[in-house]
Design a protein around this ligand. Structure first.
Ligand code: NAG
Ligand code: NAG
Ligand code: NAG
Ligand code: NAG
Length: 189
């Protein structure tokens, strides 16, 4: 009698553990499929080139010994590091009212192909959003779309995480480029 009771309690516990594990897995899967927030924004980078000091929003701050800080170096700009404070807009027009600034840096990190590593924050201060979103990751510039990590946030984006897809929307020489950022957040509080 007591043996039977023990066995049924054990089976009951096993079923409970199985149910809670599978429901946790299901909710994880669901969260992965459905972002809790989706934002599409543009930012505009005007790189200093020795002539556009008034207009530039970014500057080369480090260059390899064979380069300089005015013009991006040869060999796919390997070793150049750029700091930026770029306007963010809701559409692809540089002259649209900015909704915030993209602030951070990128450096070119391969001699053989154009590729970079980026780390930056979106600092947003509008009636819709107040707070920051922080991004980091490898940015293989020649690919049409590149996914980087959303590693955190503050304010309206408190402790957020997700994935941002970068797309080069336009570029003019090595002075101006515009990125479209499709931000999908999977953790919102
Ligand atoms: C500022 O940069 C934009 C974009 O490249 C360009 O169209 C404009 O002519 C520039 N203005 C000045 C004063 O350099
Ligand atoms: C910087 O490097 C570029 C190309 O490598 C060169 O054309 C330019 O003259 C250099 N500028 C200075 C100020 O050294
Ligand atoms: C955000 O905007 C408000 C209103 O324009 C301003 O008072 C405030 O200082 C801004 N905050 C930041 C962090 O820029
Ligand atoms: C970028 O594109 C190259 C060639 O098309 C491909 O082999 C590579 O996997 C892509 N990288 C990423 C991170 O998507």
């Amino acid at each position: 009698m007591i043996e039977g009771k023990k066995r049924s309690t054990a089976i009951f516990l096993l079923i409970l553990i199985f149910l809670s594990a599978s429901s946790a897995m299901a909710s994880k899967k669901l969260r992965r499929l459905h972002p809790c927030k989706n934002l599409v924004l543009y930012f505009h980078d005007i790189l200093y080139n020795g002539k556009n000091a008034a207009n530039a929003t970014s500057a080369i701050v480090g260059a390899p010994s064979w380069g300089n800080r005015t013009i991006l170096a040869g060999q796919n700009h390997f070793g150049d590091m750029v700091v930026f404070d770029d306007p963010i807009t809701l559409d692809n027009n540089l002259r649209s009212n900015p909704v915030g600034r993209a602030q951070g840096f990128y450096f070119y990190d391969k001699k053989e192909i154009f590729t970079a590593w980026v780390g930056f924050s979106f600092v947003l201060n509008t009636t819709d959003y107040k707070g920051t979103i922080n991004f980091a990751g490898a940015d293989p510039l020649m690919n049409k779309t590149r996914d980087i990590s959303v590693v955190g946030g503050t304010g309206d984006f408190f402790m957020t995480r997700g994935i941002a897809t970068l797309m080069t929307d336009a570029f003019e020489g090595e002075v101006y480029f515009r990125l479209c950022v499709d931000i999908k957040l999977y953790e919102c509080y």
